[in-house]
Every structure is written in C-alpha cells, then in structure tokens.
Unconditional design. Structure first.
Lengths: 445, 487
C-alpha cells in the first residue's frame, strides 16, 4: 500500500464523519517480520502485512475511538458509524483537548530500504552469523525487521505523514551453567553485525560460567546499558508522565535536584539516532524535551490532554492508550560520560557488575521502588577487577534513590540502544556506576 | 453467524492451507478470524477512554523441516489467503539456513466441529451508555470517601470467531465471548500511594456475557475498597519476618500462574523461550518423581471449566479441550504441550496451544491451571494460625527466568495473632523459592471458596502475545515464609 493510498484512506474516513463531529484518523500500513531461534536453530519464523485504521470522534466533548484492520468501503463505513454512534452515547469528557491544527512536521529520515525489503533468507543469514559466533554454545534469540508508513489527519485540517524502519538482533549464548546476551537495534540494516552481537554474548557466557552464590545486601554496582535502559523507561513511564504527576503518583518535583548532577536525561524524537515517527499519536510534532538536566528535574512528558492542566503545551508524547495511562517519552537519551566500563570496574573495591535486569515490577510509583532480578551474567567485583561470576540476584530498590545526589559515581561513554522491559529502540543509554544497590535475595531465597 | 458466512471463512482458511501445501509445506493449518473488543476506562466519574477494535484476517502456519513459517494478512480474499500460505512455506524454508531436528507432530483426533461458550447476555448488545453509567456510578461511590484521589473503573469485552482448517482435515469453528472488569481506589499520601481493587487487581475476566459484570456488583463494593485504600496509608508497615502466610484466592491464583503455570510450559522446558520469557527449573527426566509441593498440592490444567477464562472447545491446533493432571499430591506429573513439543517429549498433546489473534503464531499457553481445593475454610485457617499475616490482591509480581525465585507485593495485609485477625498492615510483600514455598502449603480451603480467577494480561512470545488464562484457587496457608521485603 503506497503513501498515496493511505492518504486517501485517511481523507475518506474524515469525509465520512463529515460535520457530525471532530474527527482524527491514523492509518498505519506496513510489515513486521521476526525470525526466532533457540537451541541454535531457527524454530519460529513469522511475518505479517497489515493495515490499521484508527479513528477518534468527538461530539460536544463526547469522545469515542475505534480501529479496524480493513480498508474496503463497507469496513470504513462500519468504523465511522460505530465510532460516531459510540461518541453520541458517551458521557462528556471534560478533559477533551480538541484537535491539533495545521503544524509542520519535518520529513522523517528514519527509513532504510534494506530493512523494508529484508527477506526471510536475509534474516536467516544474520541469525547464522550470531549462532556461529558461539561455537559449542546454545544460541537463542530473535532478529526482526519492521517498516511502517503512517498518516495522521484530522478535521482541523492537520495532515501529516511519515515512515520508519527498525531492526533488532537480540540473543543469548548459553553454556551448561551460564548465559550471556548481545543486542543491537538500528534504523538501518547495515548497522547490525550478527557476528559481533553473537561474540559479545559468547564472551559474557564464557565469563559467567559456573557462578557461585553471593550474599544479598547493599553493594556498589556497575550497571551495563541493558540495566540503565530499564531504569530510564521506568522513570519515564511512572515519573515523568504528566498524568501520573497530576494524579500525585509521581516523584517529580520541578526544579529540584532529585538526581545526581551526572544524570541528564533527554527525550528527543528529532535526534538523528532516534527511531520511529516524528509526530505523536495526536499528530503533534516530537521535540527535544529535557527531563533531567544535570540532576535537576526539569520537565514532564505531555500530550494534549495533560498540557492544559499545567498551563503548558504538548511535548508530543501521546501514544496509543495514553488517555488512560498518560503520555510517555519514547525517545530517551541518557547523556553519556567519558568513563569506560573497564574503568568503572577498576574503580570498584567491592561491588557487583550487572549486565541485564529481568522481570522488573514497580511496588509503588511514587517511591519508584522496583523489584527485579539480574540475568545473563552477574559478577562480583573485588579490588578493581572481576573476581568471579555469581548466580542471579533479586533486588528491591528505589530507582530514584539509586540515582540520587551523590550516588552516581560515573556515567559511561558506551551509550547505545539497549533493550528495556517495554520494547526496543526507545532507550539510548550508557553504563552507570552507582554507590549503592539493595540486593534482597539470591537463588537460595 | 450465517451458514454462508461460515463457509466463506472456512474457504479462506482452506485456501491458505492449500497455498502452503502447494509451496512445499509438509503440514499446514490456518485460522480465519474475526475479533471484536470493547474497552471502557473511567477515572473519577469521567470516562477517559471508550475504544472499540475489530480485526479480521487469516494466519497460516506451514511446517518445513525444523521450523514453522507463519504469515498473516488482513486481506480477506481467496487470492490473498493463497499467497499467505505460499509465503508461510517460503519463510519456513528460509529457516533451513540454520537447521535443527525435523519437527514432528503428535497425533490428535481430526475433528469437524463447532463450539461456543454459553452466555446469558451478549455484552455487545448492552448499550454503551449502560456500561459507562455503571462505571460512572461506581467511581462516584469511591470518590465520596475522603482521601481517595483516584477512583478507577474498567470494563472489557471480547468476541472471537475462529475458523480452523488443517491439511490433516480439521475443520473447526468456535465463538468465544469474554467479559470482565473491575474497580480500584488509590489514596495518595505524602510519600507513597495505596491501592485497593475489586474483584481483583487488573479486573476479573471470564468466558461469560454481561451477566458476569452484574454478578460482580461493582457499585456495592466501591465504598469498601475506597475506605480500605485510605486506611492503608495510616497502617503500620508489614513486619520484616519469617512467618506463616495466608493468601487470599486471587493472589494465590497469580502465585499459581507464575510459579507453576509458566514453569510447566513444555516449550520453556525445551528451551524454545530461553532468550525472552526464560526456561524452567523443571527437567523432563524428573517428571513423575519431582516433589513440587506438599501432599495438599493438586494442580490440574482444565480447559473444560464453564466460565473460566482459559476455557475453549479446541485449541489452535484443533486438539480438543481437556483436563490434564499437573501435580498430584505434591508430585510433578504433567506439562502443558502442543503437538510439536508433545512429540519431542513422547507425551500426548494436551490441547494447550493458542495464538493472540489471527496474526500471531500459536504457542503453548496455560488453560485453566488451578489448585484443587482442600477441606478447610478461611475461618478455620485463621483460627488455627498462632502468628502470621494474611495478604490479598496483587500489587506487584516478579519471578526469575527459571520460575524459582519470586517476590510478590499485595495490596492488603492483616496480622493474624492467636487465631484472630489483627491490625491492617501496609506494603505487604513475600518472597520465596518455588518448590520450598509449595512444600510449605499446609492448609487449603474447600470447594465452596474456590473462585475461577482470570488473568487477561499474560505476556509471552516474540512478537509479544497477550494470553487469557484461568486459575481456580481457594485461600491457603504456607508456613515459614519470608515477608516484608522492601527497598
């Protein structure tokens, strides 16, 4: 389906609503392909071609939304009539912000034809490179490609379109007693080196063979980018989410030094490294928004529903579902430092190197106390070097406190896209060296 | 659904299977599906979201050598379905670049059948205004309580029509209607928040019609949970001790889900989910001998329970729904299987493979994995507990990639002293290791206290799939559990 086709579908939907209400439509068309491997062979290999038409209609502040994945006339008729009908029955939504007017959005460069046209054979070759990099090990993971074209249009004469590609190779190499992980995400096919990702995973798996136990307690930690990514997305989702702040569920205090001066966190969909569209789910252009500036909490992520409540403007952070759970930053960049992970280890008298977090869940959004585990390589550091691998540890730790003033000993220069618990391509982060981390359990309980 | 319409959907699935076979698949199956979903979210008497989704399409699975190839399209024409089948085979063939042992499928009865769950009131025929008014009234009741900052209500309804065809001759249609929802009240304090939910955290969902929502009596329970959320802010912290733990049935349902349901998935045991969801501490060599828990522990996976969220007529491989013993008197005896994984393990396929929509590859999924009841009552459990804590309704959950080390937080806790319920405590948490924890089960409530709890948000697979599972459970007691872990 061409860009012109989805433009026409969007306009056809707006036309069908006519003067019966305000209307905003988003049409997304594209491909998602994923090749999955385990026990060192490809066992699941999937692809889908799909179009999704999402419509929001407002009638005297009565708002309803609906979506459908077909574009024939009957289906579009049904989509429009059902949504208009639902809106008329809906109680008034006092937070309905109206529709954004015409606003220019820069042309997206987040597209790579090689990703858009990748074949199952292409993906299989990348997987083969990963698997070959771990001789004698069991490999598992996935390699995926996605390419989408999106149009947002509304009855307030705003019409924007964009497109993006993303590709991710994420996998582990396993020995009989350990595992290590490798990860790479990019807009571009050529940026992914299957062998390099596989070697990184194999190296960690080798290092973490035959882990011993470690007593739980407070330790200094060196957190690899995979851990920092999870911390940042939790801060963004539960803390810098304007709806959470308005509801009193966030730790956020504007202008207060809540974090160490070494921490600067920016949400920037316009960064050349960013992946995805240059406008949000309400058609608002993405922008650079400093969430933490040298330790000081500066700004929240807003959509058009939250912004008026705090006398500000949308920061372009509406996502599907944000009417209920609030706007979310999806292009997070933690400003890198100059220190290498090796230097962090060298500066640690006794601590723990953690390469990845697993299954993190928040106990209370206001305190940001989170419990989770380590995975795929955890190491005791003593006297400036890795002394031995240790089995997975459980932690119960406030992410805000962990990054509090005086608690960040160093920020790494190894920033990259790293996987967080919410998805790929949304957090670009370096390693962190933190003064204290509360490990509350190990394999024994 | 009219007969002609059913034929059309079956024809679509058949075309996809024929396309796959023509392109070289040794086996193929396809699901033509129409799904409809409606969700209403309400906060403090304002309906924040009213969203309706309708999807239709065909997903076809083709087997070539050691890999499944899967292709899905939302284009519902004969031509598109045949192309989809061909592409599924092409994708499976591409997997031969990194080959493994050839996949075999365990035998199943080849069925031609129709199944649908019984409902009294079609939730999609209930006016939207009725549903919205219910949530507005319930949240209005909650905000009446001083100190309640956030009064939330949600309703969700699903209607799934599936038309399944396989190259072995299956031809099965199913219509499954699910309904659910719930309330939560949050009190925001100076430094923390406290939440109470009803009927359980994240809502209760069933294979049922709107009658389930009426049965919940949301408005009748709104004021109670609102008051409890405010009381929790002033309650003392849960003590940090090792003591006896009494779990309410909805928290026990999640405990079953995380520390039994996922651990017994055969795809995890075989390493197929190693990189993402993880593996399992269970080893097939120990099937039939491993002591999973105390003799009181009897777990079944039963997809035939009327009304439970994990019930259906046939799974997405055409295998009939059935009841399978998982743990008997504390001994591990069964797993959750699909046709491919069952063949590897030499076990009969249990009919436990489902996909999240037409565009997702079906995978091993829990059905209704539940704990069979004991003979006690919650009153007896409390009266026989000298020193312990009662916890109910989940607030946080985390477990490691082998399903051994878990930590749960609950919304509500009460001290139990000398056989009586004592003070309310806030931030109750507990942690443990799976077999030791289940080994400490020593009292279990009876059939009359069993609830078929539903979990509508079970994530697994890549691309991520959200599964609907059921977990029958009654209140139970566990001895010497570490509680009160906090950051």
């Amino acid at each position: 389906m061409s860009e012109d086709d989805i433009d026409q579908i969007a306009e056809a939907v707006i036309e069908r609503v006519g003067d019966r209400g305000e209307a905003a439509v988003s049409v997304q068309s594209g491909t998602s392909d994923l090749t999955r491997f385990a026990n060192s062979f490809i066992h699941q290999n999937v692809a889908e071609r799909r179009v999704q038409v999402a419509l929001e209609v407002a009638f005297d502040n009565r708002v309803a939304s609906a979506s459908i994945d077909r574009t024939d006339d009957d289906s579009l008729d049904r989509l429009v009539e059902r949504t208009v009908h639902a809106a008329r029955l809906h109680p008034a939504d006092t937070d309905w912000p109206g529709l954004v007017g015409p606003t220019p959005v820069p042309e997206s460069l987040n597209w790579d034809e090689a990703v858009a046209n990748a074949s199952p054979e292409d993906r299989a070759h990348r997987v083969a490179e990963f698997v070959a990099a771990g001789p004698g090990m069991l490999s598992a993971g996935f390699y995926d490609t996605e390419a989408y074209e999106v149009v947002y249009a509304n009855s307030n004469e705003h019409h924007v379109r964009g497109r993006f590609t993303r590709t991710t190779l994420d996998g582990i190499q396993q020995t009989d007693s350990s595992a290590g992980k490798g990860h790479a995400t990019s807009v571009r096919w050529a940026d992914i080196d299957g062998a390099a990702v596989g070697r990184a995973a194999a190296e960690l798996a080798t290092m973490s063979r035959d882990p011993g136990t470690l007593e739980p307690g407070e330790y200094q930690v060196v957190l690899a980018p995979g851990c920092a990514a999870t911390i940042m997305i939790f801060l963004a989702f539960y803390g810098f989410n304007a709806k959470a702040a308005i509801e009193g569920q966030s730790f956020f205090e504007e202008g207060v030094e809540q974090f160490d001066p070494a921490i600067s966190l920016i949400d920037d969909g316009t960064d050349p490294r960013a992946i995805g569209l240059l406008f949000d789910n309400q058609g608002v252009p993405k922008q650079r928004n400093t969430l933490i500036d040298a330790g000081v909490s500066r700004s929240l992520s807003h959509d058009r529903r939250t912004a008026p409540k705090l006398d500000t403007t949308s920061t372009g952070n509406a996502v599907p579902g944000s009417a209920s759970f609030g706007p979310v930053a999806t292009d997070l960049f933690l400003e890198a430092g100059l220190v290498s992970q090796q230097d962090m280890i060298a500066a640690t008298e006794r601590g723990v190197l953690v390469t990845e977090f697993n299954y993190c869940r928040i106990l209370d959004p206001k305190t940001q106390v989170v419990t989770g585990l380590t995975r795929n390589g955890t190491f005791l550091v003593e006297n400036g070097r890795i002394s031995r691998p240790v089995s997975n540890l459980r932690f119960t730790q406030s992410f805000v406190d962990a990054l509090g003033p005086g608690n960040v000993l160093a920020v790494g220069g190894d920033d990259r896209f790293a996987q967080n618990e919410f998805g790929d391509g949304t957090t670009h982060v370096p390693s962190l060296h933190l003064a204290s981390w509360n490990f509350t359990g190990n394999a024994q309980g | 659904m009219s007969g002609a319409y059913s034929w059309m959907m079956f024809d679509l699935a058949t075309a996809a299977v024929e396309g796959a076979l023509a392109a070289g698949a040794t086996y193929a199956d396809a699901r033509a599906m129409i799904t409809r979903e409606e969700r209403i979210d309400c906060l403090n008497t304002v309906v924040e979201a009213l969203d309706q989704t309708e999807n239709a399409g065909v997903g076809v699975r083709a087997l070539v050598g050691s890999s499944w190839g899967f292709y899905a399209t939302s284009e519902t024409t004969d031509k598109a379905a045949r192309i989809a089948g061909g592409r599924a085979s092409q994708i499976a063939k591409a997997s031969a670049t990194v080959p493994g042992p050839a996949i075999e499928l365990a035998d199943v009865i080849v069925s031609e059948a129709h199944w649908e769950n019984e409902i009294d009131e079609d939730p999609f025929s209930i006016p939207l205004s009725t549903k919205a008014d219910l949530l507005v009234a319930a949240t209005a009741e909650m905000v009446e309580t001083d100190g309640v900052s956030l009064a939330r209500g949600e309703l969700g309804f699903f209607r799934t029509e599936k038309y399944f065809v396989s190259s072995q001759g299956h031809r099965i249609s199913q219509t499954i209607v699910e309904s659910g929802g719930g309330l939560s009240a949050t009190a925001v304090g100076e430094s923390e928040t406290q939440r109470r939910s009803y009927p359980q955290a994240f809502g209760q969902y069933e294979t049922a019609g709107f009658e389930a929502i009426r049965r919940f009596d949301l408005t009748g329970n709104a004021s109670r949970i609102a008051g409890e959320s405010v009381q929790l802010l002033a309650a003392p912290q849960c003590p940090q001790v090792t003591t006896d733990l009494i779990l309410g049935s909805s928290q026990l349902a999640l405990q079953i889900h995380e520390s039994v349901g996922h651990a017994i998935e055969l795809d995890r045991i075989l390493g197929w989910e190693a990189a993402f969801a993880g593996t399992s501490f269970l080893d097939l060599n120990d099937l039939g001998s491993l002591q999973y828990g105390s003799p009181l522990m009897n777990i079944t996976a039963d997809a035939t329970l009327p009304g439970a969220l994990g019930s259906f007529g046939f799974d997405d491989e055409g295998t009939p729904a059935q009841r399978v013993d998982i743990v008997t008197e504390g001994v591990w005896v069964g797993v959750l299987t699909g046709r491919d994984s069952a063949a590897i393990a030499g076990l009969p396929p249990g009919g436990m493979v489902r996909g999240d929509g037409y565009n997702r590859l079906p995978m091993v999924r829990m059905t209704n994995v539940g704990l069979l009841p004991g003979e006690a009552s919650i009153d007896e459990i409390i009266s026989e507990t000298r020193d312990g804590v009662f916890m109910s309704e989940n607030r946080s959950w985390s477990i490691d990639d082998r399903r051994l080390n878990f930590q749960f937080g609950c919304e509500l806790g009460y001290e139990v002293k000398n056989g009586k319920v004592g003070r309310m405590v806030r931030n109750p948490t507990y942690t443990g290791i799976t077999p030791q924890f289940w080994g400490s089960l020593d009292m279990l409530a009876s059939e009359s206290e069993v609830t078929y709890w539903g979990t509508p948000n079970c994530g697994k697979g890549q691309p991520m799939q959200v599964g609907h599972t059921g977990h029958p459970a009654a209140p139970a007691r566990f001895r010497d559990v570490r509680i009160g872990v906090r950051g």
